[in-house]
Write a protein that binds this ligand. Sequence first.
Ligand code: G1P
Length: 297
Amino acid sequence: MTQTPVRTAIFPVAGLGTRFLPATKATPKELLPVLDTPLIQYAIDEAREAGIERMVFVSHPSKSAIERHVMDDVHLRNTLKERGKVELASDLKDAALRAPEDDVVFTMQHEPLGLGHAVLCAKDHVLPGAVAVILPDDLILGRGCIGELIEAYQSMDCGHLVATMPVAAEETDKYGILSVTDRTGNVLRANGMVEKPAAADAPSRDAVVGRYVLDASIFETLTTQAPGAGNEIQLTDAINTGAESVGLGGLRFSGQRFDCGNKAGMLQAVLHIAAQDPEYKDVLDAFVLQGQAPIAA
Ligand code: G1P
C-alpha cells in the first residue's frame, strides 16, 4: 500500500514552559538554545530535510519571539553584512524561513487546553493528506526522525504512525505508552495508546516521543475528543480512538533523543553537542580533568 505524501508539519509551540521557569518567563522554551541553536531551529531543519511543504506553528500571542526567530530578518542580515560579518549573515539566511518561497503559517492557541487541542488548532491550515507533528522539546539528533517516520509510513498500512522508544517501568508515567500487538524489527503494531500510565497500568514499555504521522481523520476525532489526563484534550486519546478505525503503528527511530523539556535532558544535549565540537571539547576535557563535574557520554 502506498500512502499519500505527508506535506504538512504541525509544531505545537504554545506551551507555558513551566519546567524551565524562570528562564521561560519572557523567552519561549522553544527558543532555549542547545549551545547556540534554539530547539525550534532543530525541529525546522528536521522538517525541511524530510521534504515538508508547509509548516504550521501553533503558537500563543505571548510567544511572538518564536515568529521573529523563525522568519527571515533582512534588516539584521544587512546590518551584519555592513559590519563585515558576511558568513554569519549567510548562515542566518539559510536557517530562516521566508515568504513566498516557504509556506509558513502561524496560528494561535489562546488557551492551554492540551496537545490534542493544539493540533486541532491547525486543522484549517493543513494541506490534504496525513500530517506530521513535531514537538520541538524532544530533540532528536542523528538521522532525521520525522523523515524516517514519513519514509516508513509510505509502505505501512496504518493511518497513524508514532516514534517510539523503550523506557524503564518507572518512566511510563511520563509518556504516551503503546498497547503493542506485534513487533517486527523496529516496527511495532498497536491497538491502542494510553497517556502517562503508572507502571502497574502500562500496557507496554514502548513510549511515544514527539514525532507523529497522523491520518487526516485525527482532526475529526479531536473535534469531539473529551478532556483526558490532566483535564486536557490529549492527542494520545485521539490516536487511541483512531487505532481501531485507521490502524496504529510505532517505529523505533534510529536517532538519539534528548528530552529538552526538562533541565537534565537539556544539559545532556548541550554536553553532547559541545563534546563533538572541537572548539568546546577542550573546555569540557579541562573541566572534567579538574574534577569539577562528570560529563555524560
Ligand atoms: C507529550 C505527549 C506524550 C508523549 C510526550 C513525548 O507529553 O502527551 O504522549 O509521550 O509528549 O515527549 P508532554 O511531555 O508534553 O507532557
